[in-house]
Design a protein around this ligand. Structure first.
Ligand SMILES: NC(=O)c1ccc[n+]([C@@H]2O[C@H](COP(=O)([O-])OP(=O)(O)OC[C@H]3O[C@@H](n4cnc5c(N)ncnc54)[C@H](O)[C@@H]3O)[C@@H](O)[C@H]2O)c1
Length: 326
């Protein structure tokens, strides 16, 4: 058995990873403070420890008990707009919390480490973003993720720990069969539009229509949560082929503007959505599209849910389910 710690495993991406992991080969332990999620969103046979990653004592005890082979470190605060308002909270969880996880991974000689990073570390970029692009985060959230990456690189440098830094772009969609989707009010475009349509409110705020893009609205590269989770499993399998470390952009390499997304939602709503243009938001970048060449070379895979309409429809149907059931 391979003992694996998944911090933040009760969250959106963590639950999808756990759903896909082979439970016969992996003994999973989840660490989550459960502030924004619940234990019973995870299958009953998964061990969940309600621990804040800022609590060093509890973490040390946990690491000493389980002798983890691998860690997937997902626990973080992750809303860009919130990070601008409450930088101290983001500093604590995303930097100090990450430092703690690194510290005990080193002390208890974990072999493999996967870190959830973000495209927001690149900041404003024009066109395709490669892994070696300049890192100039605009938001405070992006800064904390970049510091997290640097801490990992520095701390694991002279150790035997192999690590993969996965830079997720924008994660969307849901696994309807297994009831996995994003929970909570995180001010995400796909969820916001879904909720409006469900509530029969067909007016949507667009923050900025004067960006230098094809239609003036921001462009982002999206990835379905199922495909993103699958990448983690491939990384776990391939650790033996990784010499030391790897940084990978995780996305499909295709940009969609806010208006492209609105149009896809209009197909579901079967009507026009009224657009209300507002000022640009502090911390938003104009256009971020991933180069996924390195990812594709490494994992040689076929994504399952890379059509915009399937990302939009699964998000919508998940929000409809949430509206009725939670
Ligand atoms: N969702 C995205 O679009 C996206 C994009 C890029 C990167 N990421 C990164 O992916 C990771 C997971 O994101 P997600 O979308 O699943 O978010 P999420 O909020 O659903 O999951 C994060 C989990 O971490 C837990 N957590 C937060 N603070 C904690 C603390 N102090 N101690 C213990 N647990 C704590 C939360 O309870 C939650 O279950 C994060 O590191 C995030 O920065 C997400």
């Amino acid at each position: 058995m391979y003992n694996i710690l998944i911090t933040g495993g009760a969250g959106y991406i963590g639950r999808q990873i756990i759903n896909l992991i082979d439970k016969k080969k992996f003994n999973i332990v989840v660490v989550d403070n459960l502030n924004t999620t619940k234990k019973n969103y995870l299958p009953k046979n998964i061990k969940v420890e309600k621990i804040n990653i800022l609590n060093k004592k509890k973490l040390e005890k946990l690491f000493s008990i389980y002798n983890f082979d691998g860690v997937i470190h997902l626990a973080a605060k992750c809303v860009v707009s919130e990070s601008q308002k409450y930088p101290d909270i983001y500093y604590e969880t995303n930097i100090i919390g990450t430092k703690n996880i690194i510290r005990y991974s080193k002390k208890f000689k974990v072999k493999h480490f996967i870190f959830s990073s973000s495209c927001s570390i690149y900041g404003n970029s024009d066109g395709i973003v490669k892994e070696n692009n300049k890192k100039k985060p605009v938001s405070y959230y992006g800064k904390t993720k970049l510091i997290g990456e640097n801490l990992i690189k520095r701390s694991f440098k002279n150790t035997k720990i192999k690590f993969v830094i996965l830079r997720y772009f924008n994660v969307v969609g849901a696994d309807l069969k297994n009831k996995i989707g994003e929970i909570g009010d995180k001010d995400r475009l796909f969820n916001n539009i879904s909720k409006k349509i469900i509530n029969k409110n067909f007016k949507i705020n667009i923050y900025g229509n004067d960006y230098k893009t094809k239609d003036g609205t921001c462009i982002r590269d999206y990835m379905h949560v199922y495909d993103l989770a699958a990448i983690h499993l491939i990384c776990l399998k391939k650790f033996k082929h990784i010499k030391k470390s790897l940084e990978l952009n995780c996305s499909y390499g295709k940009g969609y503007s806010v208006l492209d997304i609105v149009k896809s939602f209009e197909k579901i709503a079967k009507r026009k959505i009224n657009l209300i243009y507002k000022e640009r938001r502090n911390g938003d970048t104009e256009k971020v599209i991933a180069s996924n060449k390195k990812l594709n070379q490494f994992i040689k895979w076929k994504p399952k849910f890379n059509k915009l309409d399937s990302m939009v429809s699964t998000t919508f149907l998940w929000n409809k389910y949430l509206n009725k059931n939670l």
